[in-house]
Design a protein around this ligand. Structure first.
Ligand SMILES: [Zn+2]
Length: 157
């Protein structure tokens, strides 16, 4: 990642992930309801969205599982919908979009595959891990906008 060190690394969305989790790694951050244990990503800080929640719970930040399994994937030829984050001012570059099932949280998280990982490198059910990545670099503000990526566990990509 030459050149990145000179830039300030700034999360493209504040509070959605950390590059310095307790285990020193990169983790997505969600919130968990203390009443029903439902986990939300993107994080829900105002209200528990579980319709079966007994209520009265508090939403606390939790790091999500560092690994999951490929649920689906596709060539991202189009700008994806929210909550996936992209800069509308940037020209769109096709990439590989991965939907990853986090078993413990019972959810599917969307993300871009790590650089060099294409649809030919992926298979449904394959174990992948979340890693940090740079969405784009802004030379004017010396900012590297960071985001999350998925890469196959044990892969060199
Ligand atoms: Zn709840």
């Amino acid at each position: 990642m030459g050149g990145v060190l000179a830039l300030t690394r700034t999360p493209v969305v504040s509070g959605w992930f950390t590059e310095t989790a307790a285990d020193g790694g990169f983790r997505l951050l969600g919130t968990r309801c203390s009443a029903c244990t439902a986990v939300f990503f993107p994080r829900e800080d105002a209200y528990c969205r579980n319709p079966h929640c007994p209520g009265g719970g508090e939403l606390a930040e939790v790091p999500l599982s560092p690994r999951g399994r490929v649920w689906s994937y596709t060539d991202g030829r189009y700008r994806p919908p929210a909550p996936y984050v992209s800069d509308p001012a940037e020209p769109w570059e096709p990439y590989t979009l991965v939907a990853v099932e986090l078993e413990a949280e019972g959810m599917v998280v969307l993300g871009q595959a790590a650089p060099g990982v294409g649809v030919g490198d992926l298979a449904v059910g394959m174990e992948v891990e979340v890693v940090g990545g740079v969405l784009n670099e802004d030379a004017d503000t010396r900012t590297a906008w960071t985001t999350w990526r998925f890469k196959p566990v044990g892969g060199d990509a």
